[in-house]
Design a protein around this ligand. Structure first.
Ligand code: APR
Ligand code: ZN
Ligand code: ZN
Length: 365
């Protein structure tokens, strides 16, 4: 057992407490990672605000990279010293989803929310359990994760920026390349240009989209989106999104991505696609939120409404590839990060996200 600094959330809508907690050694099939950096994402904010229930107290954080410190019994895929990106969707490798190439939907690992596969809890404070949010709990100096959650990457990489591959890059770029399989020359709209939305935009640029229409309610975010490949921008406070997209494209886009997580914007995405087009819900809404869509048009215009979880990622294939694409200058990780914070300033980092500050914040250890 080791003692380490972590950010602990005791109750919704209260600040996280930076304090010393205890972490057990990795068990069978588990890996201990020393954290390099962990990104500031809206998914954690959903929990902070109580929009998603997660057992408390908990350590948040789910987009991170670091180095393997030690491994538990039976671990063969990684060794101490290996650089890894953390995946918040561990997978068994044997269930129907895993075997059919969809490990992001794996149903083969048990354990309730807030625990590691098998129901294990390795975090505690003075003998009382602390839950592992998203099976990663990366807002801590160290984390114990399932072996399949430790995605080994090349040695020559910037681990700090690679933290973003743990969520926004894999989700955003994967939504384009895997979930939607955007064809070169297609037209794309992206509703919500935060950390994940910017990666949908640069994924669409990489996929060869001819037009990428960025939609947001912040002029600053729209200007930032242009750096990642947006060809047109719509300020949803000033313009009516759907008619504007229809006008720009002569009837609607081929693909519209919702990257905020609200029923209203899922509907906007559905209405913004042309006949035969596809709307993809990437944002994760608050639990209990519904999207109203026109059931007649769904059939009559043969539209597709598709969900996207974690960029439909095959993490051990996709994550190293996204890093290679970044190294080749085809994806931009550098510009995504606009602010770096020590762990002690994590509450300020989430206040900045909530305020709508531009780009991604990164907690650097
Ligand atoms: N129309 C368009 N854009 C909007 C609207 C709206 N009505 N309301 C908010 N936005 C914009 C915000 O200005 C912001 O730029 O949506 C963006 C959301 O980005 P972030 O808050 O940075 O969220 P992000 O971390 O990118 O996550 C987006 O993906 O992983 C999930 O849980 C996560 O649901 C969340 C989503
Ligand atoms: Zn599985
Ligand atoms: Zn995230």
């Amino acid at each position: 057992m080791r003692t380490m600094k972590a950010a602990v959330l005791y109750d919704y809508n209260t600040p996280m407490v930076i304090e010393e907690v205890q972490l057990d050694e990795p068990g069978t099939g588990e890996v201990l990672v020393k954290m390099t950096a962990s990104g500031v994402c809206r998914s954690d904010l959903h929990v902070l605000k109580g929009e998603w229930q997660s057992p408390l107290p908990t350590i948040l954080g789910h987009e991170a990279a670091g180095r393997v410190e030690s491994v538990g019994p039976g671990v063969t895929r990684v060794a101490p010293g290996d650089p890894v990106v953390l995946s918040f969707k561990p997978h068994c490798g044997y269930c129907e989803y895993c075997m059919s190439g969809r490990p992001h939907l794996c149903a083969g690992l048990g354990g309730p929310a807030g625990t590691l596969p098998g129901g294990h809890i390795r975090l505690s404070k003075d003998g009382n359990p602390i839950y592992h949010f998203a099976r990663t709990a990366s807002f801590a100096e160290y984390a114990v994760i399932h072996e399949s959650s430790a995605v080994r990457i090349g040695p020559e990489t910037s681990l700090e920026l690679d933290a973003l591959v743990g969520c926004p890059v894999t989700t955003g770029v994967g939504a384009v390349l895997n979930t939607a399989a955007v064809r070169p020359g297609s037209t794309v709209a992206v509703i919500g240009c935060g950390g994940v939305g910017l990666n949908v935009i640069q994924g669409a640029r990489f996929a060869g989209a001819s037009r990428i229409i960025a939609v947001d309610i912040s002029q600053e975010k729209l200007e930032f989106a242009e750096r990642f490949g947006a060809t047109d921008t719509i300020d949803a406070r000033e313009e009516d999104t759907v008619p504007t997209i229809r006008k720009l494209t002569g009837g609607g886009v081929d693909y519209a991505f919702e990257v905020l997580g609200s029923g209203e914007t899922v509907r906007t995405a559905f209405e913004a696609v042309r006949t035969g087009g596809t709307a993809i819900a990437v944002g994760m809404a608050a639990v209990g939120e519904y999207a109203r869509i026109d059931a007649y048009l769904l059939a009559a215009q043969e539209k597709t409404l598709k969900g996207c979880f974690y960029g439909s990622a095959r993490t051990h294939i996709d994550m190293p590839r996204y890093i290679a694409l970044a190294e080749a200058g085809k994806l931009d990780l550098d510009s995504l990060v606009t602010r770096r914070y020590p762990l002690a300033e994590i509450n300020e980092a989430y206040a900045a996200l909530d305020r709508g500050d531009v780009g991604r914040g990164l907690i650097v250890f």
